[in-house]
Ligand binder design. Structure first.
Ligand code: S3P
Length: 184
């Protein structure tokens, strides 16, 4: 790592429905790391689902819980962290994760995300009348944040097993300090 970061964890970032949790669990198994999902950490602490937190407490409360969960991970080692799709929009989350984790963004285009998420009910931000329009708008707004990741893996170019292998490879290279850290 060129800029003095101590990389001992791997964080998956990117839009909802890009496979962070599924890929993250497979990567964790391959690396022999523990898998954590920031949404699950928030749900455990709140005793409520993400949807319930959004509807009864509001998004701001969810974002505060998410920030606390992320900052607590900074002390931990050998983790694969699946972050919620909005997590790295907060600079403090991005900065915190960057100190200890390689940031890998899983990318897909809006239409594919819509296909993958259209029958799911657990994402409050995608339950409106025009989910594809919402995805297009949010993805465009968030793209600059996602592109700050160390590596971007396009999940549409290869089967999931290859996405997992690519993420593991990038991580192994980064801890050797030899990675080009580019688009993969
Ligand atoms: C959100 C993504 C969700 C969850 C919450 C908000 C977002 O996580 O954190 O519904 O703002 O993109 P996933 O990306 O795991 O679906």
């Amino acid at each position: 790592m060129p800029d003095g970061r101590t990389i001992h964890n791997l964080a998956l970032v990117g839009f909802m429905g890009c496979g962070k949790s599924t890929v993250g669990q497979m990567v964790a198994r391959d690396l022999g790391f523990r898998f954590v999902d920031t949404d699950s950490l928030v749900e455990e602490r709140a005793g409520l689902s993400v949807s319930e937190i959004f509807s009864s407490e509001g998004e701001a409360v969810f974002r505060k819980l998410e920030k606390d969960a992320i900052s607590d991970l900074a002390e931990k080692q050998a983790l694969v962290i699946a972050t919620g799709g909005g997590a790295i929009l907060k600079p403090e989350n991005f900065e915190s994760l960057k100190t200890h984790a390689l940031l890998v963004c899983l990318w897909a285009k809006a239409e594919s995300i819509h296909e993958r998420t259209k029958h799911q009910k657990h994402r409050p931000l995608l339950q409106g009348k025009d989910p594809l329009g919402t995805i297009r708008k949010m993805l465009a707004e968030r793209e600059p944040f996602y592109k700050q990741a160390d590596v971007i893996v396009n999940t549409e170019l290869r089967p999931q097993r290859e996405v997992v292998a690519q993420v593991c490879h990038q991580f192994e290279e980064s801890i050797k300090g030899t990675s080009g850290l580019a688009e993969a």
